[in-house]
Design a binder for this molecule. Structure first.
Ligand code: TRP
Length: 341
């Protein structure tokens, strides 16, 4: 089976708990990108459940996986025949291709991956999965001839490895078995302006909003009640400049709230900033942001509640039946090159 359409592919981390920062900085940009391109490109969004078990084996995977997909749907992901949402472990070709690529990857290059160096290098107790993670990721991408792979910058090195492995394999095969994903500079351009938005911690706006922050009012979780979230906004750290303006270095708290308002309203930051120019009382401004956050959460949570687990499973099963044909065909080509078939 040949893929005539361009493929955009990404793996979404299984995340039971997401912050408003994850929503505005990662989920929403991905949904917008997918909706924009799904008319004429394949959109593959998959749950890398085999990657998840490298660190978390705690019985929460199934529930979190379903919830993560509901979040994508609630965030507005439009489904059509080009959009595929699937689970990695349901397509055995991912694991099989990863093994074959293992035989092309070198200890040297995989040892140089920053994520591995930070998480596991030099410890006897490090599981081999942590080391081999990027090779499985390469298989995820190469099975589907994906050209664009929207990921955070922390994953760029893995994309470069994917390109190297594809090139090495193609050279061995003497033909283009794998499509090389675009170079990372081109990937970044493709992801566009929404990329790199970092919503800040409400109490310590110099830091990124993180679900692991100790203080509850530092972060807004998508599962917070709308009222509780509004209160957190009201108690956000500001400054004593007394001007509502965008100045991340001197007024990170106010700038963060402007950013949140702009993204929730879907209005450019410059426009929102202009609307609030001249306001010197933070109370009024915070109340407006709080109201917006409250309305967003109420609406988002209602949408999530409307989607049943069965609906999610139906979407997954249908996609899995389709993409497994593509994956299996690619795997067979690869198996022939290395003499397994
Ligand atoms: N490593 C990615 C992350 O941590 C998740 C992932 C796994 C992925 N396989 C992928 C992303 C393939 C893109 C393509 O976010």
């Amino acid at each position: 089976m040949t893929n005539t359409k361009q493929t955009i592919l990404t793996g979404i981390r299984v995340n039971g708990e997401m912050t408003l920062g994850n929503h505005l900085g990662a989920l929403l940009p991905m949904v917008r990108l997918a909706n924009k391109h799904s008319v004429n490109s394949n959109i593959n969004i998959f749950v890398p459940d085999l990657h998840t078990i490298i660190s978390d084996i705690d019985g929460t995977l199934q529930a979190n996986l379903i919830k993560s997909i509901k979040y994508y749907l609630a965030a507005g992901l439009k489904l059509n025949q080009n959009v595929h949402i699937y689970r990695q472990s349901y397509i055995p070709a991912h694991s099989e291709l990863a093994w074959i690529l293992n035989c092309f990857a070198t200890m040297g290059e995989v040892s140089r991956m920053i994520q591995y160096k930070e998480k596991g290098e030099g410890k006897d107790s490090t599981n081999v999965g942590i080391f081999d993670y990027p090779v499985l990721m390469a298989a995820d991408i190469l099975l589907y001839d994906a050209r664009y792979v929207p990921v955070g910058e922390d994953q760029f090195q893995h994309l470069e490895l994917t390109r190297d492995l594809a090139e090495r394999f193609n050279h061995r095969a003497g033909r283009e078995v794998f499509v090389l994903p675009a170079p990372t500079a081109e990937q970044a351009k493709f992801m566009g302006a929404n990329d790199g938005i970092r919503i800040r911690d409400l109490q310590n706006p110099e830091r990124k909003m993180s679900k692991s922050a100790a203080a509850e009012n530092s972060k807004i979780m998508l599962s917070d009640t709308p009222e509780a979230a509004a209160k957190k906004v009201m108690s956000a750290t500001t400054d004593s400049v007394n001007k509502v303006q965008f100045d991340m270095s001197n007024q990170p708290g106010i700038s963060n709230l402007l950013q949140i308002l702009s993204l929730l309203q879907g209005i450019p930051l410059a426009t929102v900033t202009a609307e609030w120019a001249g306001v010197t009382q933070y109370g009024e401004f915070k109340a407006a942001v709080a109201e917006e956050v409250k309305a967003f959460l109420a609406d988002f949570q209602a949408r999530v509640a409307e989607i049943s687990d069965r609906e999610v499973l139906d979407i997954l099963e249908e996609s899995e039946a389709e993409v497994s044909k593509i994956a299996q065909a690619k795997l067979l080509e690869v198996q022939k090159v290395v003499g397994l078939r």
